[in-house]
Ligand binder design. Structure first.
Ligand code: CO
Length: 470
């Protein structure tokens, strides 16, 4: 890992790691500029917003209690509401003043006896602070460990557990199955015979159907997966866990994973129809959270991922380091081309700018050849720009403003759009100098600003969100 030094430019970003306690509803936010009249609906985002409980503090950015934020758009007006996701984990902390469930890198204080009993009856967290999705008419907030929480998009009130994944670990990055309109996701079933699994949840159903499975001794950390018209794409990075460690080590969840670069990166493909697996196809060690897109080209499978050289990024995201302004390792857009016939994988970096929290024109381009991805990039050690990647011409466009730190940019296609990048890009930006946040709307093609709407307070840095048309 590289040597770390304080970066003065990051001082303004620290506000984004301060907890936000207030739950509010604000109509008629001041809007500067002009939003497209067709923009109707809500950008709903989830992310950690509170890292302290009683006299304890959470360890990692990923650990904070989930807050839902909703920006609603109608006739050029913008309103905002936020509310903590009332998960069991959050309610226990609020009502009892203690951390009661295991989070990503923070555990409750437990005796050895409690740890062993937790193995047989795990108190898995439902602090769904990573992403959300719409399943039929239901909104669901998701995390990895693995309990999702349904919520009401109007009141942002939690409404129970919509389904239970077939395993103890899952991802917060499901894919939409075009054929059934259901949700495809990954799960790891831990036990004497640990396996990777993919499952389909049909609209309206609460019973996941396992559609592919593969035994594994030491499962890799999995944040997302790829999808082509034919294949489910599992990228197995060498950040792996020996399952009994999760029960017996006494360490928080993620600290049981080990970086084993000698294993390399292994791609597994599973036929979506038959569940049959091919691979592994091996290449050098990498680490990643986010697939960008995958598709088939000739006999090859093209898999675009935001990669890091190693799993050190997880350590970069500990709160102590972030609040001290230590720089975070940037990720880059890398294309892997798998040739199943030849049993080969090649890789290349697509653009020079760093990029993370990637989004595409999903409904049009997922599983298919595409041209554009939008994400955030880093200059001085923390996210400070919005990046548009043209993966065909291999070039990028950037939006940035001094002292400002944007979150994941969400693409919203214009109605009846002809072009892939015709629409707006919505991002929640922290103005580190003023100490508050604003909703930024950019022209998704040029990254020129269309409008911004300020809220009076800061919004802690979050992860992912979705736009729901109204
Ligand atoms: Co993610």
């Amino acid at each position: 890992m590289s040597t770390v030094t304080d970066t003065p430019a990051l001082a303004n970003a620290r506000r984004g790691f301060d907890s936000l306690e207030e739950e509010t509803h604000l109509d008629g936010l001041p809007v500067r500029g002009e939003l497209p009249p067709w923009l109707r609906g809500s950008l709903i985002r989830t992310g950690p917003a509170k890292w302290e409980v009683g006299d304890r503090a959470m360890n990692n950015w990923f650990d904070g209690f989930a807050m839902l934020h909703r920006f609603s758009f109608a006739g050029g007006d913008v309103s905002y509401a936020n509310r903590f996701l009332e998960s069991r984990a959050y309610r226990a902390a609020r009502d009892e003043g203690r951390i009661a469930y295991s989070e990503f890198a923070t555990d409750p204080c437990r005796s050895l006896f409690q740890r062993v009993s937790a193995m047989f009856s795990p108190k898995l967290t439902d602090n769904a602070n990573v992403n959300l999705t719409k399943l039929g008419e239901r909104f669901i907030s998701m995390t990895e460990t693995p309990i999702p929480v349904e919520f009401d998009a109007e009141t942002l009130a939690a409404a129970g557990v919509p389904y239970e994944p077939p395993g103890q670990l899952s991802t917060a990055h499901p894919h939409m199955d075009r054929a059934t309109k259901g949700m495809l996701n990954y799960a790891a079933k831990l036990g004497p015979r640990t396996s990777y699994r993919f499952f389909l949840l049909r609209p309206g159903s609460s019973k996941p159907e396992v559609i592919a499975t593969k035994p594994v001794r030491e499962p890799a950390y999995m944040h997302s997966f790829g999808l082509t018209e034919r294949w489910l794409v599992l990228a197995e990075f060498p950040f792996v866990v020996n399952p009994p460690r999760l029960a017996f080590s006494g360490r928080p969840y993620i600290e049981n994973y080990r970086w084993k670069p000698e294993r390399g990166t292994r791609f597994h493909l599973f036929d979506r129809e038959t569940g049959e697996g091919v691979g592994p196809f091996e290449t050098e060690a990498r680490f990643a959270f986010h697939h960008v897109n995958s598709y088939e080209e000739g006999g090859d499978v093209v898999v675009d991922i935001c990669t890091f050289p190693d799993a050190g990024i997880v350590e970069d995201l500990y709160m102590e380091r972030l609040r001290a302004g230590k720089p975070v390792t940037p990720g880059f857009l890398e294309r892997f081309r798998i040739s199943p016939e030849a049993g080969m994988v090649s890789s290349e970096r697509l653009i020079d700018e760093s990029i993370e929290l990637p989004r595409i024109n999903y409904s049009r381009c997922n599983e298919r050849p595409y041209r554009y991805a939008w994400g955030v990039g880093m200059g001085g050690g923390w996210i400070d720009r919005i990046v548009k990647a043209d993966v065909v011409e291999r070039r990028s466009t950037v939006w940035s403003e001094e002292g400002c730190f944007p979150g994941e940019p969400v693409f919203v296609a214009a109605p009846d759009a002809d072009d892939e990048d015709e629409g707006v890009l919505l991002s929640v930006v922290l103005d580190g100098r003023a100490g508050n946040s604003f909703l930024l709307a950019l022209d998704a093609r040029s990254l020129n600003e269309l409008a911004r709407a300020e809220v009076p307070h800061h919004i802690p840095f979050g992860f992912h969100g979705q736009f729901a048309r109204g």
